[in-house]
Design a binder for this molecule. Structure first.
Ligand code: SAM
Length: 282
């Protein structure tokens, strides 16, 4: 059977390289190349971009990214079993796919990428949130990436795009929406993956804004949302007490009721609070 890129179908690749999915590596593979090309298209104009992919596995999304014209893809994969399959893709797209075998949490990909850079990945669920937080909290803004096109469990995707007042609203929403545009662009049922996970999935498209929506102190904002949503049922005057003994006065100065709860506070208010906390601790 032929495919859009002339490489073998993914089921054959998996059989040939004995890539039986391992749960501890969060392996749920996408085998439909039309679907992976569609996901790649969510990342928009790839032709002039380097793309960072985490966890290529047998390479379905990698092939989608290359077929959609990515200038160069850097793929970081922890599972050594996938490398021979990925090397075949690299051979079919000379000079356009680089592979790193290792843990994405330990590798700084920047030395291997040239701007403009986009990130695209069907993330392993066990490291997905940690990687996202890192990408959203870089040392300076704008970050190294122009956009993140990421597959998550639907519940995590909803937390990223959530509005204040909803149950899903929390740290991820504030950090994502402060200086990016975040949207759910695709929903996928469990059967889209092999093996099928228990839950639905969704692709989130996060585009970096040139500058933050509201002025804020990045470090203080991270601290304050972590503390506030760690004890989200508590009033802010008690969930944030650990940050400052006079937190009630600081909250009042920021225009926030000390008896409000974290999920009632909008991104702009958290930003204002972060500036006051940073200024006063000096
Ligand atoms: N991209 C492939 C696809 O869409 O079919 C595979 C996605 S699968 C959900 C996650 C992939 O991430 C697996 O290939 C797994 O081996 C890899 N992985 C898991 N933990 C990793 C880590 N810490 N660093 C790099 N890759 C990792």
């Amino acid at each position: 059977m032929s495919t859009i890129d002339g490489l073998p179908p993914l089921r054959e690749v998996i059989a040939e390289h004995d890539l039986r999915a391992k749960k501890q590596l969060g392996q749920n593979f996408l085998l439909d190349l039309n679907l992976t090309a569609k996901i790649a298209r969510q990342a928009r104009d790839l032709s002039g971009c380097d793309v960072l992919e985490i966890g290529p596995g047998p390479g379905g999304l990698t092939r989608g990214l290359l077929a959609e014209g990515a200038r160069h893809v850097l793929a970081i994969e922890k599972d050594a079993r996938a490398l021979p399959a990925l090397q075949q893709i690299a051979a079919a797209y000379p000079g356009r796919l680089s592979l790193i075998h290792g843990d994405a949490l330990d590798i700084d990909p920047l030395a291997h990428l040239n701007p403009p850079i986009r990130v695209a990945a069907n993330l392993p669920y066990n490291v997905g949130t940690e990687l996202l937080i890192r990408w959203l909290t870089p040392p300076s803004w704008p970050p190294f990436w122009q956009s993140l096109t990421l597959m998550f469990q639907r519940e995590v995707a909803e937390r990223i795009v959530a509005a204040p007042g909803s149950k899903a609203y929390g740290r991820l929403a504030v950090l994502a929406q402060w200086r990016s545009e975040a949207r759910i662009v695709m929903s996928l049922p469990p059967e889209a993956f092999v093996p099928a996970p228990k839950v639905h999935s969704a692709v989130v498209q996060i585009t970096a804004l040139p500058a933050p929506r509201f002025p804020a102190d990045a470090a203080a904002l991270s601290r304050v949302v972590a503390a506030a949503f760690n004890q989200r049922r508590k009033m802010l005057r008690s969930s944030l007490r650990g940050l400052r003994p006079d937190i009630e006065a600081v909250l009042t100065e920021a225009g926030i009721s000390p008896t409000a709860r974290a999920e009632e506070i909008g991104v702009e208010q958290f930003c204002r609070l972060s500036l006051l906390l940073a200024r006063n601790t000096g």
